[in-house]
Ligand binder design. Structure first.
Ligand SMILES: Cc1cc2nc3c(=O)[nH]c(=O)nc-3n(C[C@H](O)[C@H](O)[C@H](O)COP(=O)(O)OP(=O)(O)OC[C@H]3O[C@@H](n4cnc5c(N)ncnc54)[C@H](O)[C@@H]3O)c2cc1C
Length: 421
């Protein structure tokens, strides 16, 4: 407690200005509230502590720095005065993380915010930036955050990496520890604070440590290619069916999803309208019913789709992932029923033929008929989740590949030509 005054609040005011240091009981009480009331254990514990330690729990002020330089100044003052700091984002966490143990100051980090810098696979943001704003900025650049807390509309970047760990998208992309946080800047709490730039694995010890390691002033998140998400509610005859469905969706990486949840209870069925050209086509009886599509490998999927749609009169029916290679794919079709499946292979210098596909309502019957004519099965039957189809791949002696497809009536790959007008 050498430099400055003996009164840390006065020193903070002199350094940051009165507007950034609030010490009224009403202000402090407001910042002691978070979402921990969701837990009866936390709620009772807070009630007990307020009864014995006073309503303000010994907190002297709420300090709101506007820049990283001010965070450094606050850290230095707090360290000199041995004043505990409770950093705070939007206060959405619900585990008692924001209840100070030993008084001190609450550090409101929401003003350390600004425009996200989206570049390549990274989104670099000031600590107090709201996650929803980062997602919007990433979307505008054709990217998205792989994982977001469900409280993304309010929660801050630093609050999530320090207090949260998973969220929407975790089923596919994991948690904060799975490469979704690329780096962070941290101010250490010392009499002479340091600014640490942590990259990649260096940032790991910081994650989910509740601000105990230092004050985060900037976070760099990973971004991934943007998708168009469809929100849907499904009803099942019994909870076990819903549970099995959610388990499958969550485990099989073929299903791209941000969140899947099984809930038991009564509710009104929600019907979801999806805009796409589909129809129920009863197809049965024949072995090979009709040519369905031709599959090609292409080096630049998006450019090829663009060209076929702009100059070939085709339209994009759906996107997906190839079950064999894991690469991106797209199904495009035209008004005559012609369809092309395009599978990305960035190593190619020219498009390459892969297979032709026939529809076969009786998949096993069609397979047997082909086997009797010299074809042999190389794969299947397998479920193609995105196409909502069962598939068998077959080869002849020349290595020519043929696919048999049995579609579910709701498949996005079935085109309703009558709609074309
Ligand atoms: C209904 C509900 C749903 C939720 N869903 C999820 C979910 O899907 N996934 C999930 O992970 N969490 C979830 N949470 C918890 C919480 O909302 C998130 O973790 C959120 O990201 C916290 O962000 P925040 O800005 O509100 O942080 P705060 O709640 O303000 O703080 C969280 C922690 O981070 C520390 N901290 C804040 N800012 C800094 C900083 N700049 N430097 C150092 N430390 C700092 C705080 O001291 C605290 O320990 C949920 C909570 C509720 C109530």
């Amino acid at each position: 407690m050498s430099a400055g005054t003996a009164d840390p609040v006065r020193e903070l005011r002199r350094t940051l200005g009165d507007a950034s240091v609030r010490a009224s009981a009403a202000d402090i009480l407001r910042f002691l509230r978070d979402n921990s009331w969701l837990s009866p254990v936390h709620a009772q514990s807070l009630e007990r502590r307020s009864a014995t330690g006073g309503l303000l729990l010994g907190v002297q002020a709420v300090v709101s720095p506007k820049t990283e330089a001010e965070v450094v100044q606050v850290a230095a003052i707090a360290a000199r005065h041995r004043l505990p700091i409770t950093p705070r984002g939007a206060g959405t966490s619900n585990f008692g993380l924001l209840t100070p143990e030993d008084g001190g100051i609450i550090l409101d980090m929401r003003e350390i915010a600004g425009e996200p810098a989206i570049a390549g696979q990274a989104a670099r943001v000031p600590a107090g930036t709201i996650q929803g704003a980062i997602e919007r900025a990433a979307n505008a650049s054709g990217r998205e955050l792989p994982v977001m807390t469900t409280t993304y509309a309010q929660a801050t970047a630093a609050g999530w990496i320090a207090g949260g760990h998973v969220g929407l998208g975790s089923g596919t992309w994991g948690s904060v520890w799975d490469g979704n946080v690329l780096g962070a800047r941290v101010v250490t709490v010392e009499e002479t604070p340091r600014i640490l730039e942590l990259h990649g694995a260096e940032a790991t010890p910081l994650l989910h440590t509740f601000g105990a390691i230092g004050l985060v002033t900037e976070v760099t998140f990973r971004t991934v290619e943007r998708r168009d998400w469809l929100e849907a509610v499904a009803f099942f005859p019994a909870f076990e069916h819903a549970s099995a469905f959610v388990t499958e969706v969550s485990r099989d990486r073929m299903y791209r999803h941000r969140a899947a949840r099984g809930v038991e209870g009564s509710g009104r069925p929600v019907r979801f309208a999806q805009s796409r050209p589909l129809a129920v086509r009863p197809e049965a009886g024949m072995k090979l019913e009709r040519l369905d599509h031709v599959a090609l490998e292409v080096a630049d999927l998006d450019a090829r789709i663009d060209r076929l749609c702009k100059t070939g009169g085709m339209r994009l029916l759906r996107r997906g992932f190839n079950k064999r290679s894991g690469e991106r794919l797209a199904m495009v079709g035209d008004a005559t029923g012609m369809k092309l499946e395009l599978i990305e292979n960035t190593t190619l210098s020219a498009p390459r033929f892969l297979h032709i596909a026939f529809r076969a309502g009786d998949l096993e019957g069609a397979q047997a008929a082909l086997e009797a004519n010299g074809w042999h099965k190389t794969r299947g039957p397998i479920e193609l989740a995105e196409a909502q189809a069962r598939s068998v791949l077959m080869n002849d002696e020349d290595g020519f590949e043929l696919q048999l497809l049995a579609y579910a009536p709701t498949s996005p790959d079935i085109i309703e030509w009558e709609d074309e007008g």
